[in-house]
Write a protein that binds this ligand. Structure first.
Ligand code: PNS
Length: 159
């Protein structure tokens, strides 16, 4: 039986940190479904369709799928037959929110296991929100995102 992991998030936009975690997930999952939350960010920079297209370009791997989801993550995980939820833990500051979410998700779906992954050392302080902010003011994020994402950011901000 194949082991399916769901990696949920806003991915507004996908960064090298996310890409790193997807590849790490393939060490224990046969398929990884990147689940892009439709409602998570109130005013996202990229539409869901744009985020999905960028993820597909950044992670061209046959074992990786990209889908959007609305509503509860546990319902989406059940629908796609996932037994694992993957989340990244970058710093202590992530912990409380992630712990709360993991416990709530376990309460809702006891058999769905949350797995926390630690990103590559040099990507630990990377986040989509910092990437958006730096790119907005014309800073260089070329080492932090895939070239397709870099191009899309430049188009959005006209830089
Ligand atoms: O990248 P993010 O914004 O930190 O991702 C948060 C996300 C999308 C994983 C979380 O908000 C989520 O799971 N939303 C779906 C709604 C849901 O199931 N909420 C209860 C979680 S305990």
């Amino acid at each position: 039986m194949s082991r399916v992991a769901v990696y949920p998030g806003s991915f507004d936009p996908i960064t090298c940190g996310h890409e790193d975690l997807v590849l790490r997930s393939l060490a224990f999952a046969d398929r990884v479904i990147i689940a892009v939350a439709v409602n998570a960010a109130k005013q996202p920079l990229f539409t869901v369709e744009e985020r999905i297209a960028l993820i597909r370009q950044a992670v061209p791997n046959p074992a990786v799928e990209v889908q959007s989801f609305e509503g509860l993550l546990v319902d989406f995980a059940r629908k796609v037959g996932a037994s694992l939820l993957v989340r990244g833990l970058r710093a202590v500051s992530d912990f409380e929110y992630e712990f709360q979410m993991a416990l709530m998700n376990r309460n809702l779906a006891p058999k769905l296991e949350t797995v926390f992954l630690v990103p590559a050392f040099d990507l630990t302080y990377l986040s989509s929100s910092l990437v958006r902010e730096v790119a907005r003011y014309g800073g260089d994020v070329s080492k932090l995102v895939h070239p397709a994402v870099l191009k899309a950011l430049k188009q959005k901000f006209g830089k």
